[in-house]
Write a protein that binds this ligand. Structure first.
Ligand code: KIV
Length: 318
């Protein structure tokens, strides 16, 4: 049967013949580097570390994508980094969508993940699916992320049933800040470890595309990573995860405060911006900006005509 199917189609495998040429769509740039949920799994299998970074606007998204990050997360951390809120609880669906759309325009190859904000999935499953679909349909996200362990497994299954890949997020989940009584490392005792393992396994079975693990001991993150088939993406979870995520503003010193223990700074954006703005201001005040070369000029004929008009006016005593 299989031989017949092959020979009738000139010996090419069925899946080659069935694959469609994508029509339009910037998601397929034909470079062969487009990251997908399937390629994330391949990376886990091949122990090829995954880099994820947050982005919240077009320019940053382009830079992050062009620098080769495999995943771009429009995190609800934009509540603090972009909007100046106290924590992530205030940010709304519309605010998140606004940023997801901008990031979509800047990302070509990386997998684009949109964070579901607090209140958009905790209340009602139907609302959660509709909100997840808005991120895909209006925002162009490829995966949605939501926080919580085994108690979210059924909801995650329902969202996946609606053809929307889901990223899980367990451990220190910032949307639970009031329940946790602060941003505290989770899974530090045997009960906590057992709960985290149950959470990880439940979400893996529910079919998450990847699992963010935040603020947990390195040993526990390593156990989870070994146990689940989905890639783990760590933040404050040690080096044994399948990938690492950091907040863009953290790696560039744009957070106006001391960094968390796990943050490594790769640049000083604050100093760069301050120096640039102070330099501009100094040039404006000393009239060194703009120079003649940075100015537009009249065409020669217009200038000559203008001089004639002005000379005539002067001669007429005006
Ligand atoms: O919102 C965010 O930036 C996140 C990451 C820290 C995982 O959820």
């Amino acid at each position: 049967m299989r031989a017949q199917a092959l020979s009738a189609r000139g010996g090419r495998a069925l899946e080659d013949i069935m694959s469609l040429t994508p029509i339009g769509g910037h998601l397929f740039d034909r470079s062969g580097h487009k990251v997908t949920t399937a390629s994330l799994r391949d990376r886990k299998l091949h122990r090829d570390p995954i880099t994820c970074i947050t982005a919240y606007d077009y320019a940053t998204a382009r830079l992050v994508d062009e620098a080769g990050a495999e995943m771009v997360l429009v995190g609800d951390s934009l509540a603090q980094t972009m909007l100046g809120y106290e924590n992530t609880l205030s940010v709304t669906m519309d605010e998140m969508l606004h940023h997801v759309k901008a990031v979509r325009r800047g990302v070509k190859n990386a997998l684009l993940i949109a964070d579901m904000p607090y209140g958009s999935y905790q209340v009602d499953a139907k609302d959660a699916i509709l909100n997840a679909a808005r991120f895909v349909k209006e925002g162009g996200a490829e995966v949605v992320k939501l926080e919580g362990g085994e108690r979210r497994a059924d909801l995650i299954r329902r969202i996946i049933d609606a053809e929307i890949p889901v990223a899980g997020h367990i451990g220190l989940t910032p949307q639970s800040v009031n329940v946790m009584g602060g941003y505290k490392v989770q899974g530090k005792n045997l009960g906590g470890i057992e709960q985290l393992m149950r959470d990880a396994v439940a979400l893996d079975r529910a079919g998450v595309a990847c699992l963010y693990v935040e603020g947990i001991p390195r040993e526990v993150a390593a156990m989870i990573t070994a146990e689940v088939s989905t890639p783990t993406i760590g933040i404050g979870a040690g080096p044994d995860c399948d990938g690492q995520v950091l907040v863009f503003h953290d790696i560039l010193n744009l957070t106006f405060g001391p960094p968390a223990k796990f943050v490594r700074r790769y640049g000083d954006g604050a100093t760069l911006v301050r120096n640039a703005v102070q330099g501009f201001r100094a040039d404006v005040r000393s009239r060194q900006y703009p120079s003649d070369e940075e100015s537009y000029h009249l065409p020669r004929e217009t200038r000559a005509a203008l001089e004639t008009v002005l000379a005539r006016k002067r001669a007429m005593g005006r």
